[in-house]
Design a protein around this ligand. Structure first.
Ligand code: 9MR
Length: 620
């Protein structure tokens, strides 16, 4: 069984076959992986003409098979271009080698696909396997032998940070060591962070839960047992759950043992003299913020070659609520699959939630050299999210009362008494509302309807944003943030749910627009996903997939999404040179040194999986 899954994965990946020969950018931009036969088909031309231009659709033999006129969008803020939009949606015939011709401009050949092939979803899931800590990455589960590697951090055991931090403050440490092996490396670094693990786990589990609750056979099959190339394939458990459990093992291990007193900074401290005031608290049930290296390792460094001492960093309320939320979510998803694991998760979630209520204001205050911060000073959303997950799992009155008391009750990114804002690692309120809208629970039908209506209203606003963008994507922002591709994809997730809840095709079109942007319909003519499209991202900021830095290391596997354009934090050596010279959608370069633009991360690949699976599942 395993062998079959592996062979098919490898051969499909070979077919994914992005050729590694350099392709130059072209003025006609479209999804480089092609279109769906029955789906929307939009392309963009950057051209100064103020009047519509004639376009021709050519077949593989060069014959014109459809024609029309471009729609002049005009000047587009986000790209800095004057753009025309082309809509080929009325053309439905599947085939290869189509080209779009507008005057002298010609697109690369593209395909119209009769049926979704699922390759992107599988490859995007494989990212998580390949980010696994503490186990070897085996050649038989990856697309090229050079991607195999020995286990890193096996085991991943650490005690609490007891050194001087960057401010010179010496931390007291703790009297225990935790074995927090397994889990996924966060990104291009070797850190493992509970906060970012939380949203990543939630997003993947939500993709599964959507398939189960809405009874989507195709989506269940895409994530089912032996659907993916994993050591666990064939064990009778859906592969997506196997992959996520690997991270849950790490998250559960980050919980502070019962009876432990720790010294932590309580409250929003901004120490003027460079020192935090530490207070002894009963930290039982809280979650350590992260497990990370003392210093940043050099790039490249394979996980097994990391010689840095690793530490647990003090527990925070944010990490604790992330653990509470996803352990509660896991408890209901494993209830029938593994009751003992489910019970363990629920117990951890309850203890974490109680600990967060005891200590509601312990924030991750950095910096500590050697790892990222994931510091979040606003935890109303984390409280609401964790409460929603605990309520959906247990139905208990105490959680229902806490939900109703939250200012975020039923809020969506744009709606409610206090809108949650776009989904991201520090903005998780909408995750709670999505769970309440999707998973059968004991709220009043009118409340569940309100949760859905709020999400649908947000999706409507995303569609309005789409209309205002030259490149036709459901995202508008004056500046593109760190990980902007995940912001775009998280909007597509909301659009996807709006389609699920209403059946309205326009929301699905919005999600396809988001994916089209990520896969090449953008001013850089860039597929931001490795191994997919004619101009795929190739040089991520990653300590192992570091061929650009050192040819002895492998190029990245397929299916990994770049953080994407970042016009708001240009602090790395490559980005700092681009300051003032790029527009929000063009502040990006395919260079491993650009950690603000071209890193890859678990919370970015997770919505890629969600949206890719959704699009496959709902294709006609
Ligand atoms: O994704 C994070 C982004 O929102 C922050 O602005 C940035 C700086 O704090 O950190 C990003 O997360 C990084 C993390 O701290 C360490 N691992 C790599 C992550 C992706 O760049």
């Amino acid at each position: 069984m395993i062998r079959v899954a592996v062979l098919s994965f490898a051969s499909l990946m070979a077919l994914a076959g992005a050729s590694w020969a350099e392709e130059t950018p072209r003025p006609i931009r479209l999804n480089q992986t092609g279109f769906e036969a029955q789906g929307p088909k939009r392309a963009i031309l950057a051209d100064p003409s103020k009047t519509p231009l004639d376009w021709l659709l050519l077949d593989a033999g060069g014959a014109a098979i459809a024609k029309g006129k471009t729609v002049v969008f005009g000047d587009d803020e986000a790209s800095g271009e004057h753009v025309h939009q082309i809509d080929l949606s009325a053309f439905h015939k599947a085939g290869e080698g189509y080209r779009l011709k507008i005057g002298a401009a010609e697109s690369r050949p593209f395909a119209i696909k009769a049926k979704p092939d699922g390759r992107l979803t599988r490859a995007a899931m494989s990212f998580f396997y390949q980010q696994r800590a503490s186990v070897p990455i085996e050649a038989r589960y990856v697309e090229r032998p050079d991607l195999a590697r020995p286990a890193g951090h096996a085991p991943d055991k650490a005690t609490c940070f007891d050194q001087a931090d960057e401010r010179g403050q010496v931390w007291p440490g703790c009297d225990y060591t935790l074995d927090a092996s397994r889990g996924w490396y966060d990104a291009g670094d070797h850190g493992k962070y509970v906060v970012n693990g939380g949203i990543s786990v939630w997003t993947l589990l939500n993709a599964w839960e959507r398939a189960v609750v809405l009874n989507r056979a195709g989506a269940r099959a895409a994530f089912g047992d032996s659907a993916l190339a994993l050591p666990e394939a064939g064990n009778g458990v859906p592969d997506l759950l196997d992959e996520v459990r690997f991270e849950l093992d790490f998250l559960l291990a980050m919980q502070v043992p019962e009876g432990k007193t720790l010294q932590v900074p309580v409250g929003a401290q901004r120490p003027a003299d460079g020192r935090l005031v530490l207070t002894a608290i009963d930290a039982s049930g809280m979650a350590h913020q992260k497990l990370a290296d003392r210093h940043w390792t050099a790039l490249p460094t394979a996980p097994a070659d990391d010689k840095q001492v690793r530490y647990l960093h003090y527990p925070t309320t944010g990490a604790t609520l992330n653990l509470a939320a996803v352990a509660a979510q896991a408890a209901r998803l494993w209830k029938d699959i593994d009751p003992a694991f489910s019970a363990k998760c629920l117990d951890a979630a309850r203890r974490a939630f109680a600990a967060a209520r005891r200590h509601p204001n312990i924030y991750a205050i950095g910096p500590f050299t050697g790892s990222g911060g994931y510091g979040d000073g606003e935890l109303t959303d984390e409280f609401y999210w964790a409460t929603a997950e605990l309520y959906a799992t247990t139905g208990e009155a105490v959680y229902q009362a806490a939900l109703r008391a939250s200012p975020l009750f039923l809020a969506s990114p744009t709606e409610g008494a206090r809108p949650t804002g776009d989904i991201g690692w520090s903005s998780v309120g909408a995750l709670g509302t999505i769970t309440l809208a999707l998973v059968p629970n004991g709220l009043k039908p009118a409340e569940i309807a309100k949760a859905r209506a709020n999400l649908v209203a947000t999706a409507g606003k995303h569609l309005s944003d789409d209309l205002g963008q030259g490149y036709g994507l459901p995202y508008a922002a004056p500046g593109y943030p760190w990980g902007s591709n995940s912001s775009v994809l998280n909007r597509a997730l909301v659009l996807g749910l709006a389609h699920d809840f209403t059946g309205e095709i326009a929301y699905r079109h919005g999600a396809v627009d988001a994916m089209d942007y990520v896969m090449g319909r953008n001013p850089l003519d860039q597929s931001y996903v490795t191994g997919f499209g004619a101009r795929p991202m190739r040089h991520p900021h990653h300590r192992f997939w570091a061929k650009q830095a050192d040819p002895a290391y492998p190029a990245p596997p397929s299916g990994v999404v770049s953080g994407g354009p970042n016009s708001t934090n240009m602090s790395d050596p490559v980005a700092s040179e681009m300051k003032g010279k790029c527009r929000p959608q063009t502040c990006w370069v395919d260079d491993y040194r650009s950690f603000t633009q071209n890193e890859v991360a678990i919370n970015w690949n997770a919505p890629l999986v969600w949206v890719s699976a959704f699009i496959d599942d709902t294709a006609r």
